[in-house]
Write a protein that binds this ligand. Structure first.
Ligand code: AMP
Length: 288
């Protein structure tokens, strides 16, 4: 596995691979890798000949009161996981490599797709995400990039940005990987104390209850949300930040559900001080 710390190195590596006619996949991450990340690497390996994983805790996507400083980091552990997952190149730049002194160019997406859900609660978050993903696309020049459905809004935003800016990259979305009790895997689960960890699976249980009601014919978004919130409300440790039903692609709120267009039930819930996100697609075979 090649380890690159600079844009120049990863670009040279990637261009050499491309000259051999091999297909390149990029899996962007913030590190502290878990099975969810490994599933993206597996998908990347199935779809391409050369897999690049980036590990970069991107400061521009964190708000001033958020957890950038204490975000878990363990490069050695991540390196071993990547070796075992048959990653070909690891791109792990320092902050100054991506944002050198005086850096002042950002990619900003406008409209509903960033004004709702996490975008509404984390001002500037998707500007930071779009900027760093654009820089990664330009550094690695991948044929495909793999993202997790866990961050459903991020997937929608990246797809839109890729279309709008004509990046020649195919965006592949991979299903959510969960713990046995249903909790979506996340690097931030490390923050949970034992009591919080025990309460956290209620988020998925709530989404599942709504999904079951949808399967049983319930089409009122208000009633479906109520079902999910009642379950999540069973623990006093859980405080919903939002729980919304939106169109999967545009993220427009849905007042009624036809059952024809896929709808996304997305939630962000504070578990103690830790903000967890999760979602399910209503009516999908595998809503995940
Ligand atoms: P992160 O390191 O949290 O920024 O995540 C990097 C990528 O892994 C993103 O595309 C996430 O959506 C994806 N990811 C994170 N957790 C999971 C999970 N539990 N299942 C599937 N993909 C995930």
């Amino acid at each position: 596995m090649i380890i690159c710390g600079s844009v120049r190195e990863i670009r040279e590596t990637s261009r050499a691979v491309r000259r051999e006619g091999r297909k390149i996949a990029l899996v962007p991450t913030m590190g502290y890798l878990h099975e969810g990340h490994v599933s993206l690497v597996r998908k990347a390996n199935n779809r391409a000949d050369f897999v690049v994983v980036s590990i970069f805790v991107n400061p521009t996507q964190f708000g001033p009161e958020e957890d950038f400083d204490r975000y878990p980091r363990d490069f050695e552990r991540d390196r071993v996981i990547c070796e075992e997952a048959r990653v070909d190149a690891l791109f792990c730049p320092q902050v100054e490599e991506i944002y050198p002194r005086g850096y002042s160019t950002f990619v900003e997406i406008e409209g509903r797709i960033v004004d709702t859900l996490c975008g509404a609660r984390r001002p500037g978050h998707f500007r930071g995400v779009a900027t760093v993903v654009s820089k990664l696309f330009l550094a690695v020049e991948p044929d495909i990039a793999v993202f997790g459905q866990k961050d459903a809004q991020q997937c929608a935003v990246i797809k839109k940005m890729t279309r709008d800016l004509d990046f020649p990259v195919e965006i592949v979305v991979s299903p959510i990987v969960r713990e046995k009790d249903g909790l979506a895997m996340s690097s931030r689960n490390k923050y949970l104390d034992p009591g919080e960890r025990q309460a956290a699976p209620l988020i998925k249980k709530g989404l599942d209850l709504a999904s079951k009601a949808f399967g049983g014919g319930e089409r009122s978004p208000a009633k479906l949300k109520q079902a999910a919130l009642a379950e999540i409300g069973r623990s006093a440790l859980l405080k919903p930040d939002y729980l919304e039903i939106v169109d999967c692609g545009t993220l427009e709120p849905l007042e009624t559900l036809s059952g024809k267009r896929p709808a996304l039930l997305a939630a962000a819930v504070f578990c103690g001080k830790t903000r967890l996100i999760d979602n399910i697609i209503l009516g999908a075979q595998n809503g995940n």
